[in-house]
Design a binder for this molecule. Structure first.
Ligand code: BJW
Length: 226
């Protein structure tokens, strides 16, 4: 069976990384227009770097939880073909042992030159005047996808959605497109669709498992690999 798994902020919530839209989420502390749009970055790059520097630091001091490990087990079991797509910019799936994670909204540990499109890894804080290692322009930005920008790997993801048998959305509110539309695309392709979330949105899915990722995901994976 071919399975496409889409994860969102909720899968990393129990690792201590905040979600965006929950009661205490990041968008209650910051205006998304200020820190997650190209216009916000053009207005105040220092504020945006501060926001991502703090999240990068938080990410580096966090650890994968049982949901990340269970998904890595599902991939490694080879019982099924598993495509793991994440909206998350953290690296907790990789640190749990997942391979070939599709980061559709980019990576906190990546930098991008807004001038020449060069990409490189960053583990430390970024600053407004950081020169691009390739063209030397002081145009470094986090390699993440902001509102109004095209998410990464869309052709590959669309092809996988069109050919999957099972689609699972884990820990995502389903409010941000194009990821929010994946359930409909998978259903149109004939896949069974399932949502795993303590506060499920429900709409559009064939089945719902209401529970936190750290318990619901390992149970679901057990049901698939025995
Ligand atoms: C738990 C849990 C636990 C809690 N266990 N679960 C009108 C209609 C359609 C589209 C648009 C529109 N107007 C504008 C648009 C486009 C726009 C969009 O969707 N806007 C909407 C807000 C309406 N989208 C874009 O601009 C995207 N680009 C685009 O569309 O390009 C054109 C295009 C066209 C056609 C095809 C392809 C492309 C780009 C979107 C970029 C989003 N960027 C961000 C920031 C990334 C970097 C960063 O991390 O800072 O991505 S915003 C933020 O939201 C981040 C997330 O990846 C994303 C999704 O959030 P997520 O993961 O769902 O988190 P939450 O907080 O919303 O939900 C958490 C969930 O966890 C909740 O459900 C909880 O219940 C649950 N939970 N504890 C399990 N223990």
């Amino acid at each position: 069976m071919k399975i496409v798994v889409l994860t969102g902020a909720g899968v990393s919530a129990e690792s201590g990384l905040g979600t965006f839209r929950d009661e205490d989420g990041l968008w209650t502390q910051y205006a998304l227009e200020d820190v997650a749009t190209p216009e916000g970055f053009a207005r105040d790059p220092a504020l945006v770097h501060d926001f991502y520097n703090a999240r990068r630091q938080n990410c580096l001091s966090s650890a994968p939880n049982p949901a990340h490990f269970a998904l890595a087990t599902l991939q490694k079991s080879k019982a099924h073909e598993v495509v793991l797509v994440t909206q998350n910019v953290d690296d907790l799936h990789e640190r749990a042992g997942s391979l070939d994670v599709v980061h559709m909204h980019g990576r906190l540990l990546g930098a991008l030159c807004a001038d020449c499109d060069a990409r490189w890894d960053v583990a430390a804080a970024m600053a407004v005047d950081d020169p691009c290692p390739s063209c030397a322009a002081p145009a470094s930005r986090p390699d993440v996808v902001w509102f109004g920008e095209m998410p990464y790997h869309m052709d590959e993801i669309m092809a996988d959605l069109e050919t999957c048998d099972l689609f699972a959305a884990i820990g995502t509110s389903g409010t941000v497109y194009p990821a929010a539309g994946f359930v409909d695309l998978a259903r149109q392709a004939g896949a069974h669709t399932i949502e795993i979330n303590p506060d499920p949105a429900g709409g559009g899915f064939d089945a719902v498992i209401a529970g936190p990722a750290t318990t619901a995901v390992p149970d679901w994976v057990k049901s698939l690999v025995g």
